[in-house]
Design a protein around this ligand. Sequence first.
Ligand code: AMP
Ligand code: TRP
Length: 332
Amino acid sequence: MTNANKQTIFSGVQPTGNLHLGNYLGAISQWVPMQEQYNAIFCVVDYHAITVKQDPADLNKRIVEIVRHYLASGINPKKSVIFQQSAITAHTELAWILNTVARISDLKKMTQFKDKAGKDQENVSVGLFDYPVLMAADILLYNTDAVPVGEDQKQHVELCRDLAKRFNHQFGETFKIPEVIMRKEGARIMGLDDPTKKMSKSASSPVNYIALNDTPEVAAKKIMRATTDSGTEIKYDKENKPAIANLLTIYSLLDNKTIKELEKQYIGKGYGDFKKDLAEVVKNFLVKYQEKYNSYTDEEIKTILKQGAKKIKPIAEEVLNKVKTKIGININ
Ligand code: AMP
Ligand code: TRP
């Protein structure tokens, strides 16, 4: 399946909660142009989702929904591979092996674990703690060159690099060391209600995020209600005007205009005009997005997932087999 002349990218999204504009702008939309120059592999990471409690029926629906989001965003299954993590058992097998290389102290440092576990670190699942090791397995199984993600995943990719290097050092050259790729602007979209915190599907206020399946009208209202900074000028200043900087980033990415162009467009105008126009941009984006989102049947999606897994399973198995040989458990 993979073209030896092209580099490989791998990324994934968990089938949990509602996908929001942060997921789209920070991660998925970044993948779309990359399909042309890379062997691109996009995963629905269902085994990651179950590290926190899920309703089984809900989870089942969300797996299909993530693929809809990929397709609505412009991921083309003729160009890229889309597959379900649990369909390829090599992921959990390699995760187990990497568990013997990872250290408890590495995992204790992970910001996402600390955030998700909160004060109750002893009572969350072992899976939540081990989550970054499974993510490392996902990446390393496909000889991945680069991992395009939002900023909150950078630390996990760095851990993956460390594990790969440690393994290579111990057992000889086996894994390719992947790079992280992040957008210059948009790798961390902030909450609309609080520009000091990232936009998050687990935020307590629904005004925090624009879900990709919010009605366009509701989304427009959320933009109008978004927090702004003191002053009146539309100027990109992350330090002093984090709310406007965040809205400018969203505007710029959705409307394909540079931040400089937008600043110029709004000279002499106030926050009200700016938000009204951005609300319109968001509305138009969602109308088109949702039309595409709704244009696929569940059957089509299941076929895409099955074909995707079939295409790349041999790569994962080859890498896993190499690993098994290196650690001495292959008796064939
Ligand atoms: P998740 O929903 O946690 O599986 O995240 C899917 C992708 O969206 C990952 O690449 C994240 O880094 C990215 N992402 C999540 N939240 C944000 C955000 N607020 N801004 C930018 N990227 C984000
Ligand atoms: N942990 C990532 C997130 O929450 C999802 C993920 C799992 C991932 N495996 C991956 C992303 C491999 C990139 C590569 O966003």
